[in-house]
Design a protein around this ligand. Structure first.
Ligand code: 5GP
Length: 194
């Protein structure tokens, strides 16, 4: 991924500066990505995903609430996000899938109205983190139910020591992770060269 380096470097530097490693291998980045949003950084992340996937025929972006939405709004195509909470407010038929949450340690359902995703869509899936790949598996399950094609998967921070990324690459997906954490501890964090 030539040319991607400067953007990734920006994200890597920010992780080193503001990320905190929590018990259970959780990287906390709530001051720029998961709670408070650094809009300038998110713009640059969005531009980078655009650079990587602009020639892949994407006509829709699929993500999952809440953090995914912040990085998804940079293509000139609709963004649709899977909802985590059970809502009485979703019209008509829905796709659903069950996801095991890494950070909360329990299962939850994701829901997407069928009218927003179908066989004519070519989708770029975006998310903030990739760890064991369970959230992505749920989103891919929804794509499968919709009969849409998956143009690629974009991730802000992949934890390379967990198996999700390797499995998705082995399955043949075009997966771009802007920063891949090799290893992390309280006072030490390294990134994979790419
Ligand atoms: P996976 O399903 O791949 O195991 O985990 C991905 C999902 O769990 C992401 O959508 C993200 O919300 C959450 N997640 C996994 N690992 C981390 C982490 O280290 N830090 C944060 N903030 N979220 C994580």
């Amino acid at each position: 991924m030539k040319g991607a380096h400067s953007q990734m470097k920006l994200l890597e530097d920010r992780i080193l500066q503001d990320g905190q490693v929590r018990p259970g291998n959780v990287l906390k980045v709530d001051c720029f990505l998961n709670h408070q949003l650094d809009v300038d950084l998110l713009d640059k992340i969005g531009e980078e995903f655009y650079r990587i996937f602009k020639d892949d025929g994407v006509n829709k972006i699929l993500t999952i609430e809440a953090s995914g939405i912040a990085i998804a709004c940079h293509f000139d195509v609709p963004v649709v996000f899977a909802k985590k909470a059970k809502s009485k407010n979703i019209d008509g038929d829905v796709y659903t899938s069950t996801v095991h949450s890494y950070t909360y340690g329990k299962d939850y359902n994701i829901t997407l109205a069928q009218k927003f995703l179908g066989p004519n869509d070519r989708v770029l899936i975006l998310d903030d983190f990739l760890a064991n790949g369970k959230a992505m598996k749920g989103l891919l399950d929804v794509c499968n139910q919709a009969g849409c094609s998956v143009a690629g998967i974009g991730i802000c921070i992949e934890k390379g020591f967990q198996p999700g990324g390797a499995e998705l690459r082995a399955a043949g997906y075009k997966l771009a992770s802007l920063a891949i954490v090799n290893e992390m501890s309280d006072d030490h964090l390294t990134f994979r060269e790419q």
